[in-house]
Design a binder for this molecule. Structure first.
Ligand code: FES
Length: 206
């Protein structure tokens, strides 16, 4: 069943796309073609998560309503179908984030290994205090998140697409200082998740 783009769900205030029509770059279009080739005709919805991820990478590490609408147009899906998936998964940012999105795991394994102190140290180093807050210089958004699958080397954090593990309050603060100085410290690649678009190493967000 097709749902009109401007149709809202009863009881919810679903943001609607504006007049701006975004377009994917030629490189992204090529990737989308590769992704779509994985699925049988008529099953384009299966490509929704990797194409949303691609859109997030293309448009500043977050998904605006217009970016979600572009994904809907690209996959010929109702906007509401794209919106409901994008709002379900925390890997999708629904508002702008800083240059470095610092996701600190505070789930069980990380918690018992001192993630609260790591989080506090990061917040102090970035001058933030609330989860999801962006620093005044727009460099850091620090978000408290659930398990990121690297429990064996807890406590850990993800900065954009890089994993940093076995953190201490000191090492975490040092990583923030390095990033502020424009250096990207070496990440823990064995734990890094696969890029949902290419299936290989994550491509860095520009
Ligand atoms: S609990 Fe932190 S990575 Fe699993």
């Amino acid at each position: 069943m097709k749902i009109a783009i401007n149709q809202s769900v009863k009881g919810e205030n679903i943001p609607q796309p504006g007049a701006q029509q975004l377009v994917f770059s030629a490189a992204a279009k090529k990737k989308i073609k590769t992704i779509l080739a994985r699925y049988p005709k008529g099953r384009e919805q299966s490509a929704l998560i990797p194409v949303l991820w691609l859109a997030q990478q293309e448009f500043g590490n977050w998904l605006s309503v217009d970016a979600m609408e572009l994904v809907a147009r690209t996959l010929e899906l109702p906007y509401i179908r794209v919106y409901e998936v994008a709002t379900f998964y925390t890997m999708f940012n629904l508002k702008p984030v800083g240059k470095y999105h610092v996701q600190v795991c505070t789930n069980c394994a990380c918690m018992v290994r001192g993630s609260q102190k790591v989080l506090e140290s990061i917040q102090k180093a970035t001058k933030t205090s609330q989860s999801g807050e962006t620093s005044a210089d727009d460099l850091f958004t620090v978000t408290e998140v659930e398990c990121l699958g690297a429990c064996v080397n807890a406590p850990m954090m993800q900065v954009n697409t890089h994993y940093y593990t076995d953190l201490t309050p000191e090492s975490a603060a040092e990583i923030m200082n390095q990033l502020r100085d424009g250096n990207i410290p070496e990440a823990d690649t064995p734990h890094a998740p696969k890029d949902p678009v290419t299936g290989g190493k994550y491509e860095e967000v520009k």
